[in-house]
Design a protein around this ligand. Sequence first.
Ligand code: SF4
Length: 240
Amino acid sequence: MAALPRPLQDLAADSIQQLHDAVARHEKVCYASSLGAESVVLTDLIWTHVQQIEIFTIDTGRLYPQTHDLIDRLQRRYGRSIKIYYPDACGVESWVARHGVNGFRDGPQQRHGCCAARKLEPFRRGIEGFAAWVTGIRAAQSPNRALAHALEWDATHGLHKLSPLLAWSEEDVWRYIHAMGLPYHALHDAGYPSIGCAPCTRAVPPGADPRSGRWWWEDEASRECGLHPRRAQSGRDTRV
Ligand code: SF4
């Protein structure tokens, strides 16, 4: 971390401490990587400093090829493996038979149904047996995420949820990536600040809301995938 300017060193040290604290407190901790810019920062912090945390990701079957390239580059750099969970094939087949291969565009209900089959089902298997999961969300990403707390009880999934990058700005993330020479998703250089499934992600103009390229045909209010549900009030973790 010597390559980092002092404020960023402090920010990274605080995030590492949060990760260590989570392991000390909960023992079995996993990180669900989205493979976006925040993910490569967290992957570096975890695989360099808090290696007890297991990293997994979800291959929904609709990812960009560049996402697979990034998985490969990260694994080669650190000599570690990201565990990949795939959706239950019967669940996806059944959803597609009922709604069509691109039926997620027909409305928020259909879109959430596709995310449930392709993301939530494998996510639930990914967190099975863990007491806490780590996310890369930042408060500045959306009004909904600004309401998050660094440590929360995730009542939906029944385990603790740690967001150690909550206080990071987008600039902090990119300064860390460049200073540490980390590999990152190739589409970030093509105007994609937030990257998910290919048919549900598009480039945005410079300066636009970074989340506006995700599910752009929906109201802002419904643009989460179910891993980070909309929140109406404090979910602060009071169980620690
Ligand atoms: S992001 Fe789009 S393609 Fe991916 S699971 Fe959700 S609705 Fe389906």
